[in-house]
Design a binder for this molecule. Structure first.
Ligand code: ADP
Ligand code: MG
Length: 255
């Protein structure tokens, strides 16, 4: 057995403590969306968040991404309160969230601009990320010229280009038709397996159990109304980074 004692001593990358979030309703009452949620992500972990539509998953991700704030409780990144988008945290949005007036290249470079990376390095890194994700040759296209699957590839490239310490994925395949989703999911898992995705930790929101089991080493099950972590499941399959391990193939083939 590997000695994992040191892991618990590492400052968590993300520490969500007792976080609740409500939104005002039209009738003046508050809608409680997140109810005393605790969640810790340690460096290197691949965590899945599984829950019904409307259970508050995106709200939680937005808090971690610094796009929203808890009503009560603490949201910390590397021990510090999250006050805006934390350094090293990138997000792939369900609805792609590309800027329509920017080209593929410009959309992907955006994440690096915020980090103050110089123009020459930005261009080279964006091109590498675009190639990696299978969009080589589309650098100068605009989002409206691309299919949904290609747009989400841009979303992945924009997040990956920063080599994130934590990649947040909010149902990244759910806005795509079934076949496109399957192709992109397979491509992402293959690249991940080959160790070619430059991300260290991942929090992926999904309502697809198979996807969660295939990708994560820990799955949090979210209950609805209000959102609460109801169960935690440890996945015993090796996560994608270890899938070159022949035991994984044997296991999958035996299912
Ligand atoms: P999920 O991602 O699990 O589908 P969300 O976090 O998007 O759930 O939403 C949870 C609930 O919070 C929904 O009822 C949604 O309408 C509500 N909600 C989310 N964001 C806002 C907002 N900015 N203003 C008001 N209500 C919101
Ligand atoms: Mg959502």
């Amino acid at each position: 057995m590997a000695n994992l004692d040191h892991v618990s001593n590492v400052t968590p990358l993300i520490d969500i403590r007792n976080v609740s979030r409500s939104f005002p309703k039209a009738n003046g009452e508050d809608l409680l969306v997140l109810d005393h949620v605790d969640l810790t992500i340690r460096p290197g972990e691949i965590v899945g968040l599984l829950g019904r539509s409307g259970s508050g998953k995106s709200t939680l991700l937005r808090i971690i991404a610094g796009l929203s704030k808890p009503s009560t409780g603490d949201a910390l990144c590397r021990g510090e309160t999250i006050a805006g988008p934390p350094k090293g945290v990138a997000m792939v949005f369900q609805s792609f969230a590309l800027f329509p007036w920017l080209t593929v290249q410009q959309n992907v470079e955006l994440g690096l601009e915020a980090l103050g990376v110089d123009a020459v390095t930005r261009e080279a890194r964006a091109e590498a990320a675009i190639d990696l994700i299978g969009l080589g040759g589309f650098e100068n296209a605009y989002p409206k010229e691309l299919s949904g699957g290609m747009r989400q590839r841009v979303g992945f490239a924009r997040a990956l280009v920063v080599h994130p310490d934590l990649m947040l994925m909010d149902e990244p395949f759910s806005a795509l038709d079934v076949l496109t989703a399957e192709t992109l999911r397979t491509d992402i898992i293959d690249l991940w397996t080959e160790g070619r995705l430059p991300m260290k930790s991942v929090l992926i929101v999904t309502h697809n159990i198979e996807e969660a089991v295939l990708m994560c080493d820990r799955i949090l099950v979210f209950s609805s109304n209000p959102g609460r972590i109801a169960a935690e499941i440890k996945v015993e399959l090796p996560h994608p980074r270890n899938r070159l391990d022949p035991r994984f193939r044997a296991l999958v083939d035996s299912i």
